[in-house]
Design a protein around this ligand. Structure first.
Ligand code: NAD
Ligand code: TYD
Length: 340
């Protein structure tokens, strides 16, 4: 299969490109990426000499280039997005542009070019915020609460509409928070690990009791490929890590694993509209795709810490560049939030 991986220079897309080329020798990959602040060509440097790999720089909102590139593939796996909730609070429009208009641009191109297979990578955040009990499933009503999750919800609806209206062969997956190698250090886990490696504190929003479910990125890649190959057309699959942790608990695990002191936590002002809890019931993916998360949470965290220890130059360059500028403009602290 010839695959187009949009957003393949970002966190999950990079991992997926490596996954496909390693595990599926019959497949080839074109990564299509705008290289925003979150896209990093350095991620893909080990693939440069691979004859089954190509990179094309471009914007998923650009109708002409998108039309041209989908002609070269059998399937699109769509990761490209603005992906960080905090940035969406500050600048919702860029999220609407890429996540909504960009997704529709890709759908139109797939429909007009031989009905190319389309898999849409989405998030559990479209379902809103859970209380203490319950889990999200494929039929949970949408209730997005941040500009990020609202833009992803819109894109999910457009993808589903393309199936119902035009019979475009689509599948969608909604997953919980990913962690692992190549995650941009503005997300909580890499921010925590790299801050500790720099001798800085871990910023904890609010009281730290918000709960996320954590999915190791490699497990997610297996799930996406399974949905692409074995998923039923028009269907949605939820992927979770069976690893719910309160943020404070997660930060303490990272501190313990890295041998850092407990006073390396810094409580900061809360995120506006901070969702309380996410959790995923992934029985449908288990039943239909034979998928379940295989990497236990502690193993995943240890592997992730090792990766950031071994790739210091990668994240140091990022933190010295756009990341720091962004946080300085927001908080004036160059990487940490304003203490309460
Ligand atoms: P990321 O921010 O690390 O990477 C996004 C990539 O998309 C970057 O390489 C960026 O350059 C590219 N991009 C952005 N706008 C573009 C545009 N207009 N045209 C072309 N490329 C563009 O994101 P990620 O964490 O790898 O997330 C990938 C996908 O998975 C997203 O759709 C996200 O909503 C979804 N998701 C992520 C998580 C998570 O925990 N990271 C969880 C659930 C779902
Ligand atoms: P994040 O990695 O931004 O993912 P998302 O908002 O998509 O779930 O945040 C994960 C959790 O960690 C979320 O509850 C917000 C919290 N958080 C902090 O407490 N401190 C931080 O510095 C960041 C970035 C996040």
């Amino acid at each position: 299969m010839r695959l187009l991986i949009t957003g393949g220079a970002g966190f999950i897309g990079t991992n997926f490109a490596y996954h496909v080329l390693e595990h599926h020798p019959e497949d080839s990959v074109i990564v299509f990426d705008k290289l925003t602040y979150a896209g990093n060509l350095e991620n893909l440097k080990q693939l440069e000499q691979n004859p089954r790999f190509a990179f094309v720089k471009g914007d998923i909102c650009d109708v002409e280039i998108v039309n041209d590139i989908v002609k070269k593939v059998d399937a699109v796996v769509h990761f490209a997005a603005e992906s960080h909730v905090d940035r969406s609070i500050d600048d919702p429009m860029s999220f609407v542009r890429t996540n909504v208009l960009g997704t529709q641009t890709l759908l139109d191109a797939c429909r007009k070019n031989a009905y190319i297979r389309f898999h849409h990578v989405s998030t559990d955040e479209v379902f809103g915020s859970l209380g203490r009990h319950g889990m999200f499933r494929e039929n949970t009503a949408y209730d997005p609460r941040s500009p990020y999750s609202a833009s992803k919800a819109s894109s999910d609806h457009l993808v589903r509409a393309a199936f119902h209206t035009y019979k475009l062969p689509i599948t969608i997956s909604n997953c919980s928070n990913n962690y692992g190698p190549y995650c941009f250090p503005e997300k909580f886990i890499p921010l925590a690990i790299t801050n500790i490696l720099e001798g800085k504190k871990i910023p904890i929003y609010g009281d730290g009791m918000n709960i996320r479910d954590w999915l190791y990125v490699e497990d997610h890649c297996y799930g996406i490929y399974a949905a692409l190959v074995h998923g039923r057309m028009g269907e949605t699959y939820c992927f979770g890590g069976r690893a719910e942790r309160a943020n404070i608990e997660l930060a303490e695990i990272i501190l313990f694993e890295m041998g850092a002191r407990i006073d390396m936590l810094q409580f900061v002002k809360d995120r506006p509209g901070h969702d309380a809890r996410y959790a995923i019931d992934f029985r449908k993916a288990e039943d239909e795709l034979g998928w379940h998360p295989a990497v236990p949470f502690l193993h995943g965290i240890r592997r992730t810490i090792e990766w950031y220890k071994n790739n210091r130059e990668w994240w140091t360059r990022i933190k010295n560049g756009s990341y720091t500028q962004y946080y300085e403009s927001q908080y004036g602290l160059g990487g940490a939030n304003e203490p309460v």
